[in-house]
Design a protein around this ligand. Structure first.
Ligand SMILES: C[S@@+](CC[C@H](N)C(=O)[O-])C[C@H]1O[C@@H](n2cnc3c(N)ncnc32)[C@H](O)[C@@H]1O
Length: 280
């Protein structure tokens, strides 16, 4: 069940770990690059952009640097404070219209069609669990007809492909085994322990690409890819390749080459979708 108060508490406490999630490791760095690729492809100068679930502001900055006018929204005041600092450090504060504490399930502070592009990356649409259709309708409502939505959510099959390699998976009393069956049955992953902190990770809904395709009402899907299709589970390249410019360039090229292939889209950690709101 979606628990906004708990998600807020978790991300307030998670703090800078959310920034570091996309730094330092091959998987994290690839995730940042692939997600930024889509913003660079679909956001243009002068666009009014909502970065919904902005976290510490990484992609707020990407859109602002492209000349967009960005509104950054998050449930967590702690993440919004980090986003303000990231934006200031990048020297793009003038391009950010507002930092708003809010929930994607209720965007009533924004008029219909207020934005040209809505970006909702990294799973806010996963955290809202059973309220995902209401949240999707809100995200669509605030985009103008003909405008774009860029969403990324946790991948159900990619997560399962990783978990099924763990031996505990075959012991049903083990938490890993139990969790993977919950995901397999209906995509709902209950809260689970996190190594970095005392709090459990919040519950999430994990999507298949087919399910994600049907999520945004009154929109046409124009692009879709997986994120981290080359780095799921044990197949991930060792982090030492970050020290070798040639090896790292190869890793990035491989991910970009493969992540739209129909057989691989579902195999990564996240799914990225671009959809255009219908004009009629
Ligand atoms: C995994 S982080 C992603 C941050 C950023 N979009 C990125 O991709 O780097 C998820 C963020 O979504 C926020 N979030 C989760 N549920 C939300 C909701 N219902 N409404 C707004 N923000 C939410 C969290 O507070 C957190 O900052």
């Amino acid at each position: 069940m979606y628990d906004a108060g708990y998600v807020r508490l978790f991300y307030d406490a998670y703090g800078r770990c959310e920034w570091e999630r996309l730094e330092g490791s091959v998987a994290g760095r690839l995730k940042a690059i692939v997600h930024a690729d889509f913003i660079r492809r679909y956001v243009g100068r002068g666009d009014r952009v909502l970065d919904a679930g902005c976290g510490p502001g990484r992609f707020t900055v990407t859109a602002a640097e492209l000349g967009a006018s960005v509104t950054a929204l998050d449930l967590s005041e702690g993440q919004l404070e980090l986003a303000k600092a990231t934006v200031a450090e990048a020297g793009v504060s003038n391009a950010v219209e507002a930092f708003v504490a809010g929930d994607i399930a209720d965007l009533s502070m924004f008029a219909d069609g207020r934005f040209d592009v809505v970006v909702c990356y990294g799973g806010a649409l996963s955290y809202v669990c059973e309220r995902r259709h209401a949240a999707a309708a809100e995200l669509v409502r605030v985009v103008r007809p003909g405008g774009l939505l860029l969403a990324s959510v946790m991948s159900r099959l990619g997560t399962m492909a990783t978990l099924v390699r763990r031996p505990q998976m075959y012991v049903l009393e083990d938490p890993v085994g139990w969790h993977v069956w919950q995901v397999a049955k209906h995509g709902d992953l209950p809260g689970f322990p996190t190594p970095e902190m005392d709090l459990e990770h919040p519950a999430m809904h994990m999507y298949t690409s087919n399910e994600l395709r049907g999520l945004l009402p009154g929109c046409e899907v124009v692009d879709m890819a997986g994120s981290n299709v080359t780095t799921s589970g044990e197949s991930s390249a060792p982090d030492e390749i970050l020290d070798s410019p040639e090896a790292w360039a190869t890793a990035v090229e491989l991910e970009r080459t493969l992540n739209r292939r129909p057989g691989l889209v579902d195999s990564g950690t996240h799914l990225i979708m671009v959809a255009r709101k219908n004009t009629d």
